[in-house]
Design a protein around this ligand. Structure first.
Ligand code: SAM
Length: 304
């Protein structure tokens, strides 16, 4: 089989938390700490770094790129919440949703909260960020992470998103939703060695995940003021990605796909090239999928 970079050979990505600092200050700090800054990357190949060299990413302005084995877990900047250790692909959903400061947002399946903290940074902590998760333990981890990151606009709830009432007046101004539901995780390269798993069991698991993902997506589209929704998974399976989105669009003709980042090197599989995919081979990240849905604005086109 073809060998692509595996987990410990991928670049290490660091997202600068603009709630606490700036890219400039982090770059200066790291230079003083013995790292060598090479400026902004201009091609994907630039991201393959050695030793203590680092770069600014070519697609995401708040992202710094380091060599594969760089470890920041014990670093001051990480402990102080100035940087977040987040794979490049998983920075795409919040970046593409790009909710303006002051907006009301739902993060439907939010824990452990890296995307929630990124949303809060994009909103400059202004507005309301309703974040749900079914798993109490993961939500507790998330509280710690958000505290460290200086997030203050959140309202966390240990709740099944499918049971959140879209007509509750609390959510009447929610215009943006980030939906990053449980998935097979097949894009996480460290989990990719289960090729010998029982095929039938695996198919049943994927079908059940896809049905859950579609229910979440359909539910999210029922929030009355919704304008834009980003759907993402860390799965490489079409069944959890393009097929879920295509089924949802068919059931919700009031929504359409927004074509994403023309300069991104990997597209959604046919028939959804508007969406993005990510992979070790083509984007030097974990495997990932992102779709952005938008409500039609023309009157007469919004009937359900
Ligand atoms: N967005 C998160 C981040 O960036 O840190 C990762 C989310 S993870 C892929 C999916 C999450 O969905 C898990 O934490 C899981 O507990 C939660 N979940 C699963 N079913 C749910 C449901 N019905 N309602 C709310 N959360 C759910």
């Amino acid at each position: 089989s073809v060998k692509h970079p595996v987990g410990d050979q991928l670049p290490r990505y660091v997202r600068v938390n603009t709630l606490k600092t700036t890219v400039e200050d982090v770059v200066d700090y790291l230079k003083r700490d013995g790292f060598s800054y090479l400026g902004k990357a201009s091609r994907l190949e630039d991201l393959s770094l050695k030793d203590r060299y680092f770069l600014s990413d070519l697609h995401l302005p708040e992202l710094l790129v380091f060599s594969p084995k760089t470890d920041f877990h014990d670093h001051f900047l990480y402990k102080a919440g100035h940087i977040v250790l987040q794979d490049k692909a998983s920075c795409l959903p919040a970046h593409l949703l790009s909710p303006p400061p002051g907006s009301h947002i739902i993060d439907a399946c939010a824990a452990p909260g890296n995307k929630t903290s990124q949303l809060a940074a994009i909103m400059k902590n202004k507005g309301r960020l309703f974040a749900f998760d079914l798993d109490g333990k993961r939500l507790a981890t998330m509280s710690t992470l958000l505290l460290r990151a200086g997030v203050t606009c959140q309202q966390l709830a240990n709740q099944d998103f499918l049971k959140v009432d879209p007509d509750n007046p609390q959510y009447k101004d929610v215009e943006y939703i980030l939906l990053d539901p449980s998935c097979s995780g097949s894009g996480m390269v460290c989990l990719q060695d289960n090729t010998s798993a029982d095929q039938e069991k695996e198919q049943a698991r994927l079908a059940s995940l896809a049905s859950f993902q579609l229910r979440c997506l359909n539910h999210a589209l029922r929030f009355p003021s919704l304008k834009r929704l980003v759907y993402s998974t860390c799965s490489i399976h079409k069944q959890e990605n393009e097929e879920v989105v295509a089924a949802c669009l068919q059931q919700n003709p009031g929504f359409r796909l927004v074509p994403l980042l023309a300069e991104w090197p990997e597209r959604g599989l046919e028939p959804l090239p508007q969406c993005l995919r990510a992979s070790t081979a083509k984007t030097l990240t974990h495997g990932f999928f992102v779709a952005l849905l938008e409500k039609h604005s023309e009157p007469g086109n919004t009937k359900q």
